[in-house]
Design a protein around this ligand. Structure first.
Ligand code: SF4
Length: 388
């Protein structure tokens, strides 16, 4: 973190989020605020919070005194991550006709949704999407496939595309292809995949309520293989599926053991036709509390807010940084629309922050910013007009 960025933080107004009326019991607020301040100092001193301490936060920090938790989370982010905003973009390389039954997903063949059949983008389309992501300032570009996991043939089909994406040297290559075998992990490392996204989604306890066609341990095993191979882990969660706070904390502690470099936080975007279509929203306050609690428990991870940012946080989405987030997913999601990169860039500027520059792969120190103009691509156009 440079001094310039530090002063940007100092200048950043920590304007209070209007989260409810002040409590008449000021003494109680002070007690909670005092305890939160002590826990904040522990984390800032590098001491991990215990499960009991996390439970205490969840139970005692209510809407009326959430601001002290958000302030603490932002201080923790500033100390361990800095104030530059990390961004990544994704492209749905293969969409739909998935034989898994993830209850939140528009691509499952189990449910009748707006996603019909299977679509596979061409190598050119995926490459163009990567150029657009780089032009928008994203540090990482992730190619995502539907399905439990790739075949070896699918990986080889992506191999020349991965090489093209890496060639300009101005954006990190990510992939999210599902569960992998040890040999596939090795091959992706050879192909220069720098970061792999594989979300745990929820707690081990709640997982079978959401997915029955594969197990939690399969997902964990892939993450362990990736870690052993030295590929950066991007693994996080989807909140708002009916899980409770105990599930959220279980997941946070599971992630703490895995130590992923990036933790994407998604909030459910209910999709018509899926079992979770009528799930009520969490509301902005709960979303901000989740972000803040994850920052206390995972102080050194990039916490990037992904799906559901617009729909669940609405006009309060610029508060993600005040709650300890360090980045976000820029552009569209897999089968639904995100905000335009221009709007997101404006939000970052208005907060007095800046988007983190791309850091080259260690084995490729050169970074050539490709300034070739980009044209709208399959990824930049909203893939459909789904209400999410
Ligand atoms: S989340 Fe992935 S594995 Fe699950 S149904 Fe959707 S595409 Fe298939």
């Amino acid at each position: 973190m440079t001094d310039h960025h530090a002063s940007a933080t100092a200048a950043l107004p920590r304007k209070p989020v209007r989260l409810g009326r002040p409590s008449p019991q000021a003494g109680e607020i002070n007690m909670v605020a005092k305890q939160v301040a002590q826990l904040t100092e522990l984390v800032l001193d590098g001491i991990p919070l215990s499960r009991n301490q996390a439970d205490w936060i969840v139970e005692n920090v209510r809407e009326k005194d959430l601001q002290c938790l958000l302030d603490g989370a932002a201080r923790i982010r500033d100390k361990f991550i800095g104030t530059d905003v990390s961004t990544c973009s994704i492209v749905a390389g293969k969409v739909g006709r998935c034989d898994q039954d993830c209850s939140f997903c528009s691509q499952s063949a189990y449910f009748k949704t707006h996603v019909k059949g299977e679509t596979v983008l061409s190598g050119d389309q995926v490459y163009q999407a990567s150029r657009e992501a780089a032009a928008n300032g994203a540090s990482c570009f992730c190619v995502v496939n539907s399905g439990l996991g790739p075949t070896d043939e699918e990986i080889e089909q992506w191999a020349p595309v991965f090489e093209r994406i890496r060639e300009p040297g101005d954006i990190g290559l990510g992939a999210s292809l599902g569960v992998l075998t040890p040999e596939q992990v090795r091959r992706l490392g050879e192909l220069g995949v720098r970061r792999y996204n594989h979300n745990l989604q929820t707690s081990r306890r709640f997982f079978p309520n959401i997915i029955t066609t594969h197990g939690y341990d399969e997902r964990l095993e892939t993450l362990r293989l990736l870690k052993q191979a030295g590929i950066e882990l991007c693994s996080g969660a989807l909140f708002g599926m009916g899980e409770n706070w105990s599930d959220r904390l279980d997941l946070a502690f599971e992630l703490r053991d895995l130590a992923p470099e990036v933790i994407p936080i998604n909030f459910l975007m209910p999709i018509d036709g899926t079992p979770l279509a009528r799930t009520p929203p969490l509301g902005p306050t709960e979303c901000l509390k989740i972000i803040a609690v994850f920052r206390y428990l995972l102080p050194k991870a990039q916490i990037e807010i992904a799906g559901g940012r617009n729909t669940q946080l609405g006009t309060m989405q610029d508060r993600i940084f005040a709650a300890g987030a360090s980045g976000f997913l820029m552009g569209n999601y897999l089968t639904t629309c995100g905000r335009s990169p221009e709007e997101d860039q404006r939000m970052v500027r208005q907060l007095g922050l800046q988007i983190a520059p791309f850091k080259p792969d260690p084995d490729r120190p050169e970074s050539i910013r490709n300034t070739a103009p980009t044209t709208p691509t399959a990824s930049s156009r909203c893939p459909d007009h789904a209400p999410a």
